[in-house]
Unconditional design. Structure first.
Length: 351
């Protein structure tokens, strides 16, 4: 390997690693607040990519129909919960009105727009925003339907539910988008030349966006009231409830942030590689390796681990392309062994 090949592989590794960093941060965020290992994060990546690809070829994205179905299911859930919980008729009417607006009218409006608007005529920024409007709200809806009723269950139960949700979304993705892969138009087709090294504008967009988002997340958690409430919930869930922080609302917000990050990763990665309905699972696992390096608790360690995964994958593709996935996922074994020695397992009842 000469210096130019090393530089090209490093560029690819950093671009891929930037996406894995965002996925790892989303996984750590969700787990620290809800104790859910968010395996379906990869489906949000795939849905984001394929929804935007459908818009760019002028096909109505079927993910808008999925959003409407999830919204109707959430409204039915809220309907029964409100009828049981609210004792004043005025409160019931107001709560049901808000739920109908959030879960029925808005998704129905997005579905109608998706069916009637020619996506090819939309500017790219509008396509991105429309993709976010369709895919990102599925996160908190999924939390309401699948995880919120089991919020106090053991981590193993939540993991089983997470796997089940992943498998359901995988099948739905195949039905909605088919088995063919898609790519989207790059945000930048410019190429930066530094001697013999050429850096694509899309790679620069991915890296810069990831850095900006990490900075925005830091400011959000450090400077805003809702961000501090999420941090408090992550540190001590019971203590957060005692001081008046709604852990249920925190869980929904965590899932909204994670689904938004997953959608962003899909939008960023789609111009660089062909994305299939099941591509997100493998990318999510690589983000999970980074999250495990951080112990599903440390954001800096998770980010560093995910970046290392991206670089290791790039270098492995040069030396042993057939085994690059094996090499990447083997990295998790020494990390787990080291953590099992340094941090002995403690049963939940003893914590």
């Amino acid at each position: 390997m000469d210096l130019s090949i090393f530089a090209i592989l490093t560029q690819d590794g950093i671009a891929s690693g930037a996406v894995y960093v965002l996925l790892a941060l989303a996984l750590v965020l969700v787990f620290s607040i809800t104790r859910v290992i968010f395996i379906p994060i990869g489906e949000f990546l795939a849905f984001g990519s394929l929804t935007m690809a459908a818009l760019q070829v002028g096909t109505p994205p079927q993910s808008a129909l999925l959003l409407l179905v999830l919204g109707l299911a959430c409204f039915v859930q809220e309907l029964f919960g409100t009828l049981r919980g609210a004792s004043i008729q005025q409160d019931r009417t107001r709560m049901l009105g808000l739920s109908f607006l959030k879960f029925v009218l808005l998704p129905a409006a997005l579905y109608a727009i998706a069916r009637s608007v020619d996506g090819t005529a939309l500017p790219m920024l509008v396509q991105v925003l429309f993709t976010f409007a369709i895919v990102a709200p599925m996160g908190p809806m999924m939390y309401r339907l699948a995880f919120q009723p089991l919020a106090e269950s053991p981590v193993l139960v939540l993991l089983i539910v997470s796997v089940a949700v992943h498998l359901v979304l995988l099948g739905i993705g195949l039905v909605m988008f088919g088995a063919e892969g898609s790519r989207t138009t790059p945000f930048s087709s410019h190429v930066f030349n530094f001697g013999t090294l050429s850096i694509s504008g899309q790679s620069v967009v991915v890296i810069v966006t990831a850095v900006l988002l990490i900075g925005a997340l830091y400011l959000y958690f450090d400077r805003t009231l809702s961000g501090k409430a999420l941090r408090a919930t992550a540190v001590n869930r019971r203590g957060a409830r005692l001081v008046g922080i709604g852990t249920t609302a925190a869980g929904r917000l965590a899932f909204l942030l994670a689904s938004s990050i997953g959608t962003l990763c899909g939008v960023l990665i789609a111009p660089l590689t062909t994305v299939y309905y099941d591509s997100g699972f493998l990318m999510g696992l690589k983000g999970f390796v980074g999250a495990i390096i951080g112990g599903l608790a440390s954001y800096p360690l998770a980010a560093a681990g995910a970046l290392m995964v991206g670089l290791l994958e790039a270098y492995s593709s040069f030396y042993a392309s057939s085994y690059k996935e094996v090499i990447v996922f083997t990295l998790i074994i020494p990390v787990l062994l080291w953590r099992s020695i340094v941090h002995p397992q403690v049963e939940e009842g003893e914590a």
